[in-house]
Design a binder for this molecule. Structure first.
Ligand SMILES: [Zn+2]
Length: 244
Protein backbone atom coordinates (compact mmCIF):
# COMPACT_ATOMS: atom_id res chain seq x y z
CA UNK A 1 0.00 0.00 0.00
CA UNK A 2 1.19 3.48 -0.81
CA UNK A 3 1.55 5.95 2.01
CA UNK A 4 1.32 9.69 1.88
CA UNK A 5 3.32 12.07 4.01
CA UNK A 6 5.17 15.37 4.11
CA UNK A 7 8.92 15.24 3.64
CA UNK A 8 12.10 17.29 3.63
CA UNK A 9 15.06 15.91 1.71
CA UNK A 10 18.13 15.62 3.95
CA UNK A 11 20.39 14.04 1.35
CA UNK A 12 20.20 12.83 -2.20
CA UNK A 13 22.74 10.83 -4.16
CA UNK A 14 22.76 9.79 -7.78
CA UNK A 15 22.03 6.09 -8.01
CA UNK A 16 22.03 5.48 -11.73
CA UNK A 17 21.71 7.47 -14.91
CA UNK A 18 18.02 7.94 -14.18
CA UNK A 19 17.54 7.40 -10.45
CA UNK A 20 18.44 8.79 -7.05
CA UNK A 21 18.57 7.48 -3.52
CA UNK A 22 17.19 10.02 -1.11
CA UNK A 23 17.14 10.31 2.66
CA UNK A 24 14.01 12.10 3.76
CA UNK A 25 12.74 13.35 7.07
CA UNK A 26 9.03 12.60 6.88
CA UNK A 27 6.51 14.08 9.25
CA UNK A 28 4.65 10.90 10.13
CA UNK A 29 7.25 8.16 9.64
CA UNK A 30 10.53 9.82 10.67
CA UNK A 31 13.68 9.29 8.65
CA UNK A 32 13.12 7.35 5.47
CA UNK A 33 15.55 6.10 2.84
CA UNK A 34 13.91 5.77 -0.57
CA UNK A 35 14.77 5.17 -4.16
CA UNK A 36 13.38 7.70 -6.62
CA UNK A 37 13.29 5.72 -9.85
CA UNK A 38 13.41 7.87 -12.92
CA UNK A 39 13.86 11.09 -10.94
CA UNK A 40 16.65 12.14 -13.28
CA UNK A 41 14.60 11.64 -16.41
CA UNK A 42 13.27 14.82 -18.06
CA UNK A 43 9.68 13.97 -17.19
CA UNK A 44 9.07 12.36 -13.82
CA UNK A 45 6.75 12.17 -10.83
CA UNK A 46 9.04 14.20 -8.57
CA UNK A 47 9.00 17.69 -10.09
CA UNK A 48 12.55 17.19 -11.29
CA UNK A 49 15.52 15.58 -9.54
CA UNK A 50 15.06 15.52 -5.77
CA UNK A 51 17.44 18.06 -4.29
CA UNK A 52 18.56 18.64 -0.74
CA UNK A 53 15.93 20.65 1.20
CA UNK A 54 13.18 19.78 -1.26
CA UNK A 55 10.01 19.92 0.82
CA UNK A 56 6.46 18.86 0.12
CA UNK A 57 3.94 16.05 -0.14
CA UNK A 58 5.22 12.60 -1.00
CA UNK A 59 3.78 9.19 -1.76
CA UNK A 60 5.84 6.06 -1.28
CA UNK A 61 5.69 2.32 -1.04
CA UNK A 62 7.40 1.18 2.17
CA UNK A 63 10.24 -1.29 1.81
CA UNK A 64 10.12 -4.72 3.33
CA UNK A 65 11.28 -4.76 6.98
CA UNK A 66 14.05 -2.12 7.28
CA UNK A 67 14.57 -2.04 3.51
CA UNK A 68 14.47 0.96 1.26
CA UNK A 69 11.14 2.52 0.31
CA UNK A 70 10.17 3.39 -3.24
CA UNK A 71 9.25 7.02 -3.74
CA UNK A 72 6.39 7.39 -6.18
CA UNK A 73 5.54 11.09 -5.93
CA UNK A 74 7.16 14.24 -4.57
CA UNK A 75 5.43 17.59 -4.99
CA UNK A 76 8.47 19.75 -4.34
CA UNK A 77 7.57 23.19 -3.08
CA UNK A 78 10.11 25.94 -3.75
CA UNK A 79 10.15 26.98 -0.09
CA UNK A 80 13.85 27.30 0.52
CA UNK A 81 15.19 28.92 -2.65
CA UNK A 82 16.68 31.63 -0.45
CA UNK A 83 19.33 29.18 0.71
CA UNK A 84 20.89 29.29 -2.74
CA UNK A 85 21.76 32.95 -2.40
CA UNK A 86 22.77 33.00 1.27
CA UNK A 87 25.95 30.99 1.77
CA UNK A 88 25.98 31.23 5.56
CA UNK A 89 22.39 30.09 5.75
CA UNK A 90 23.10 27.27 3.31
CA UNK A 91 26.02 26.04 5.43
CA UNK A 92 23.90 26.17 8.59
CA UNK A 93 21.09 24.32 6.80
CA UNK A 94 23.48 21.65 5.53
CA UNK A 95 24.85 21.14 9.01
CA UNK A 96 21.33 20.88 10.43
CA UNK A 97 20.39 18.32 7.76
CA UNK A 98 23.50 16.24 8.43
CA UNK A 99 22.97 16.25 12.20
CA UNK A 100 19.30 15.39 11.74
CA UNK A 101 20.19 12.45 9.55
CA UNK A 102 22.89 11.18 11.89
CA UNK A 103 21.02 11.65 15.16
CA UNK A 104 17.68 10.09 14.17
CA UNK A 105 16.74 6.46 13.67
CA UNK A 106 14.97 5.22 10.55
CA UNK A 107 11.18 5.23 10.81
CA UNK A 108 11.11 6.64 14.31
CA UNK A 109 8.48 9.39 13.99
CA UNK A 110 9.24 12.90 15.22
CA UNK A 111 6.53 15.21 13.84
CA UNK A 112 7.68 18.09 16.05
CA UNK A 113 11.22 17.73 14.72
CA UNK A 114 9.90 17.83 11.16
CA UNK A 115 8.01 21.03 11.95
CA UNK A 116 11.08 22.49 13.69
CA UNK A 117 13.33 21.70 10.71
CA UNK A 118 10.90 23.26 8.25
CA UNK A 119 10.63 26.34 10.46
CA UNK A 120 14.41 26.50 10.86
CA UNK A 121 15.07 26.32 7.10
CA UNK A 122 12.59 29.11 6.47
CA UNK A 123 13.96 31.26 9.29
CA UNK A 124 17.63 30.80 8.51
CA UNK A 125 17.30 31.61 4.80
CA UNK A 126 15.78 34.95 5.81
CA UNK A 127 18.29 35.75 8.55
CA UNK A 128 19.43 39.34 8.15
CA UNK A 129 22.61 39.08 10.18
CA UNK A 130 25.09 36.45 11.32
CA UNK A 131 23.96 36.42 14.92
CA UNK A 132 20.36 35.77 13.95
CA UNK A 133 21.36 32.81 11.78
CA UNK A 134 23.47 31.33 14.56
CA UNK A 135 20.59 31.67 17.04
CA UNK A 136 18.27 29.73 14.71
CA UNK A 137 20.92 27.05 14.34
CA UNK A 138 21.55 26.79 18.10
CA UNK A 139 17.83 26.51 18.82
CA UNK A 140 17.30 23.88 16.13
CA UNK A 141 20.21 21.79 17.40
CA UNK A 142 18.82 21.92 20.94
CA UNK A 143 15.40 20.87 19.60
CA UNK A 144 17.07 17.95 17.82
CA UNK A 145 18.80 16.80 21.02
CA UNK A 146 15.55 17.18 22.93
CA UNK A 147 13.61 15.20 20.33
CA UNK A 148 16.02 12.28 20.36
CA UNK A 149 15.82 12.17 24.14
CA UNK A 150 19.16 13.67 25.15
CA UNK A 151 18.38 17.25 26.07
CA UNK A 152 21.55 18.56 27.77
CA UNK A 153 21.33 19.83 31.35
CA UNK A 154 22.25 23.50 31.54
CA UNK A 155 20.80 24.60 34.87
CA UNK A 156 22.70 22.44 37.36
CA UNK A 157 25.71 20.24 37.86
CA UNK A 158 25.23 16.77 36.41
CA UNK A 159 27.45 15.21 39.08
CA UNK A 160 26.00 16.73 42.28
CA UNK A 161 22.88 18.68 43.30
CA UNK A 162 24.52 22.13 42.81
CA UNK A 163 22.41 24.52 40.76
CA UNK A 164 24.13 26.86 38.29
CA UNK A 165 24.80 30.16 40.04
CA UNK A 166 26.87 33.31 39.75
CA UNK A 167 29.18 31.82 42.38
CA UNK A 168 30.51 29.24 39.94
CA UNK A 169 33.94 30.65 39.13
CA UNK A 170 34.63 28.08 36.43
CA UNK A 171 31.95 26.37 34.38
CA UNK A 172 32.47 23.27 32.31
CA UNK A 173 30.25 21.22 30.03
CA UNK A 174 30.79 17.48 29.75
CA UNK A 175 29.47 15.70 26.70
CA UNK A 176 29.47 12.31 28.39
CA UNK A 177 27.62 13.71 31.38
CA UNK A 178 25.31 15.55 28.97
CA UNK A 179 25.49 18.76 30.95
CA UNK A 180 27.30 21.12 33.25
CA UNK A 181 29.96 20.37 35.82
CA UNK A 182 30.28 22.65 38.84
CA UNK A 183 33.68 23.88 40.12
CA UNK A 184 33.60 21.25 42.92
CA UNK A 185 33.16 18.38 40.48
CA UNK A 186 34.94 19.34 37.27
CA UNK A 187 38.44 18.38 38.45
CA UNK A 188 37.54 14.69 38.41
CA UNK A 189 36.42 14.81 34.74
CA UNK A 190 38.78 14.59 31.78
CA UNK A 191 36.27 15.08 28.94
CA UNK A 192 34.94 18.61 29.33
CA UNK A 193 34.82 21.98 27.63
CA UNK A 194 34.99 25.34 29.36
CA UNK A 195 32.01 27.63 29.06
CA UNK A 196 31.84 31.34 29.85
CA UNK A 197 29.35 32.57 32.45
CA UNK A 198 27.25 34.54 29.90
CA UNK A 199 27.08 31.51 27.57
CA UNK A 200 25.99 29.25 30.43
CA UNK A 201 23.38 31.81 31.54
CA UNK A 202 21.96 32.03 28.01
CA UNK A 203 21.78 28.22 27.71
CA UNK A 204 20.06 27.96 31.09
CA UNK A 205 17.45 30.48 29.92
CA UNK A 206 17.11 30.32 26.14
CA UNK A 207 14.73 33.28 26.05
CA UNK A 208 17.73 35.48 26.81
CA UNK A 209 19.71 34.13 23.84
CA UNK A 210 18.62 36.87 21.47
CA UNK A 211 19.84 39.54 23.89
CA UNK A 212 23.36 38.13 24.09
CA UNK A 213 26.06 39.35 21.76
CA UNK A 214 27.31 37.57 18.66
CA UNK A 215 30.49 36.34 20.35
CA UNK A 216 28.51 34.49 23.02
CA UNK A 217 26.13 32.97 20.46
CA UNK A 218 29.15 31.72 18.50
CA UNK A 219 30.68 30.32 21.68
CA UNK A 220 27.46 28.36 22.25
CA UNK A 221 27.48 27.07 18.67
CA UNK A 222 31.11 25.97 19.14
CA UNK A 223 30.09 24.13 22.30
CA UNK A 224 27.28 22.34 20.47
CA UNK A 225 29.67 21.35 17.67
CA UNK A 226 32.01 19.96 20.32
CA UNK A 227 29.08 18.05 21.82
CA UNK A 228 27.88 16.63 18.47
CA UNK A 229 31.45 15.65 17.62
CA UNK A 230 31.66 13.71 20.89
CA UNK A 231 28.23 12.14 20.35
CA UNK A 232 29.01 11.09 16.77
CA UNK A 233 32.60 10.09 17.45
CA UNK A 234 33.84 12.47 14.74
CA UNK A 235 33.21 16.02 13.56
CA UNK A 236 30.27 16.66 11.22
CA UNK A 237 31.28 16.83 7.56
CA UNK A 238 29.49 20.13 7.03
CA UNK A 239 31.58 22.94 8.40
CA UNK A 240 30.42 26.34 9.38
CA UNK A 241 32.57 29.38 9.87
CA UNK A 242 32.42 30.33 13.53
CA UNK A 243 35.53 32.48 13.83
CA UNK A 244 35.56 35.68 11.80
ZN1 LIG B 1 28.94 19.32 41.03
Amino acid sequence: MHRQDQAICLRSVTYSETSQIVTLLTREAGKLAAIAKGSRRPKNAFDGPVEMFACGAIAYAPGRAEGMATLTEFSQQPLFRGLRTNLEALNAAMLAAELTEKMTEAQDPHPDLFDALRQFLGDVQGAKEKKEGFIYLVLYQLTLLNEVGIRPVFDRCTNCPNKLSGHWKIIYFSSRNNGLLCPDCETSFVEKKRLSAPAAAALANLKTLKNTNERIVKEIEALLLYHFTELLGKPPKCRIQIRS
